[in-house]
Design a protein around this ligand. Structure first.
Ligand code: SF4
Ligand code: SF4
Length: 185
């Protein structure tokens, strides 16, 4: 298996795991909310980014892309994986304001930034979804990508244990700050 295929498999497995967990956290807020956060302009990156297109070839969605609705269907986003990182990063003020403490808000901020962290500086200073040519994907920094995937995975475990009530404090801030700074507290 090529280095690219390998990281695509790993990234997809991680994104699917984060998606599944995030649903359990956000469902109680989002299921009764009248706001629609998804916008076709956010979906568009999944069409323009060779990396996200490649993910979609491996993990085919049930629906067809629509220029007006993007990937949004009555059942929610049709993309199992390969969503633009911005879709994971969105964290509304309503959800943040309902958290009982600053550490909870930081834990959610981390959760929302895990997927984005993996692709940072994939080639020079560019995020992997910013690369515009498919040929560039073979020349990304695979070592960095895998390192960041490991960092995201470690942070994910810490965040989950914390949010599920397993520990009273988040883990080492030094490591977590690589994913996201606690700036929205
Ligand atoms: S993220 Fe916030 S605004 Fe969006 S659907 Fe959920 S609760 Fe509503
Ligand atoms: S989550 Fe899916 S439907 Fe919503 S903006 Fe992102 S790609 Fe589009």
């Amino acid at each position: 298996m090529s280095s690219l295929s390998k990281i695509i498999e790993k990234y997809a497995a991680f994104e699917a795991e984060v998606n599944a967990y995030a649903v359990t956290i956000y469902l109680k807020h989002c299921s009764t909310c009248k706001g629609i956060c998804c916008k076709p302009e956010y979906c568009e990156e999944s069409i323009t980014s060779p990396f996200l297109r490649r993910l979609r070839q491996h993990f085919v969605p049930d629906a067809v892309y629509d220029s007006k609705r993007g990937w949004l269907t009555k059942a929610g986003c049709a993309l199992p994986v390969g969503r633009p990182p911005v879709c994971h990063q969105y964290l509304c003020d309503t959800i943040l304001s309902m958290q009982p403490a600053a550490d909870f808000r930081y834990a959610l901020t981390l959760l929302s930034n895990l997927v984005n962290h993996i692709g940072k500086n994939a080639r020079a200073r560019k995020h992997i979804v910013e690369l515009q040519e498919a040929s560039e994907l073979k020349r990304i920094n695979f070592t960095r990508f895998e390192k960041q995937l490991d960092e995201a995975d470690i942070a994910f475990k810490q965040v989950r244990v914390y949010l599920d009530g397993g520990v009273s404090k988040l883990g080492s801030l030094q490591d977590l700050k690589k994913i996201s700074l606690p700036s929205r507290l």
